[in-house]
Design a protein around this ligand. Sequence first.
Ligand SMILES: Nc1ncnc2c1ncn2[C@@H]1O[C@H](COP(=O)(O)OP(=O)(O)OP(=O)(O)O)[C@@H](O)[C@H]1O
Ligand SMILES: [Mg+2]
Length: 460
Amino acid sequence: MSLDRITKLSWIYDLYRLGQSPQLLEEPDKIYQALLEHIVAGFDARSGSLALQAEEQSNLTIVAGIDLPPQVIGCSVALGNGVLGWVAQQGQPLLINGDLDPQKYPGIQRKREQAAPSSALCWPLKLRDRVIGALSVNRPAEKAPFGESDRDQGTAILNLASLALENIQLQLDQQKRFIELQAINQKLAEAQDQLLQAEKMASIGQLAAGVAHEINNPVGYVASNLSSLGRYVNDLLSLLDACEQLDNSLSGEAPELLALRALKEKVNVTYLREDLHDLLAESKEGLERVKKIVLDLKTFSHVDEAEWQIVDLHQGLESTLNIVWNELKYKAEVVKEYGTLPEIECLPSQLGQVFMNLLVNAGHAIEDHGTITLRTGHEGDQVWVEVADTGKGIAPEHLGRIFDPFFTTKPVGKGTGLGLSLSYGIVKKHHGHIEVDSTPGKGTTFRVWLPLRQAVKLGS
Ligand SMILES: Nc1ncnc2c1ncn2[C@@H]1O[C@H](COP(=O)(O)OP(=O)(O)OP(=O)(O)O)[C@@H](O)[C@H]1O
Ligand SMILES: [Mg+2]
């Protein structure tokens, strides 16, 4: 570097600016390279290299190079090895013109081949007496070789480069900490959502369990009464049969007989006989349905007792469908296109919550009347469950946010915006994923992919 160039304030200012560059956080490697290029240009050199030493490491790492093979970047250089390693270890600059005395510099195996630079300068980079790296610049044979004054001026200048490098390091550390903090923050937010949702589910679960318990008792005696009633009705009907036979065998005009026949006409015994059976059968069917709902409510309320089980997902889907049926029945026709599903290892009650969220969302998306199609299938070692609706769809600008906790487009009181975020968490816990495909005005399809088996079971 010629003296007038060293003193060029703009060169020094540019060096300082490089350490402040906004590009730094995105591409630190480019900044190292830019810094080296700036110094190589400043020293009127052709090639060079820059190696840094992290505080906790003993080796240097090459972070930038000019005219170096690209694979050299990232390589490590042991202290004392090569020119960079030597200056970093000694803490002294080195001027090389011609061959080095191997006696004096045993660590430097420098073979000066024809294409090699004829003149080289190498400095340790120091910060408050601590060596943080080393930098070398080389001039080809056709240029004037470096002199001692270049070496000494460079020593002063490179303090500035060290400061710029320290600044880069500080900013990178700060960014690293910021990213770490962000990750911790995210984890905290997720934990809080889970807690909130768990609380919500627990209170729904308690309510469900309470209702199930209350209904269970009357359902029990209604079922028992209904079966006695069936038997009594059969007895009464046989009695009626006997009366009718008697009636048919009797002739005469006794007033009691005439009154009996008139009464028979009036109550329409034939119709009664048929309808009684239908009524009983219908009541039994209704009761079976109530029993099933109670069972579903009980299953649903056992969310806390979640444990990994190998189950048939169709059963879980049916159970969930029963629970939400009331919300869906006026809104949508539910079509089932079930494929073959191998049993999968899962937390059934938690997957029930996922399907419930998807079904309720589908119902909410349908404004008037539409169709909800449930499809299932499997591919390789994965199964999938699809909930497709013909509802209003999701606006493209919302698509990226629907899995965010608390994101909702529903009015206050109608949605908390936790359904999909919870579902996402549950599916992730199963090492699966959720796909969504939506066309505004046409409908939305959610597809949940789940592996058949869990290699690592995450906490329930
Ligand atoms: N099938 C769907 N069709 C259209 N929009 C949907 C559908 N499913 C989800 N969304 C959109 O995604 C948002 C977030 O859904 P999510 O289930 O997380 O919350 P929510 O339904 O609003 O409230 P919550 O489920 O907590 O009661 C919804 O408010 C809605 O805008
Ligand atoms: Mg929802």
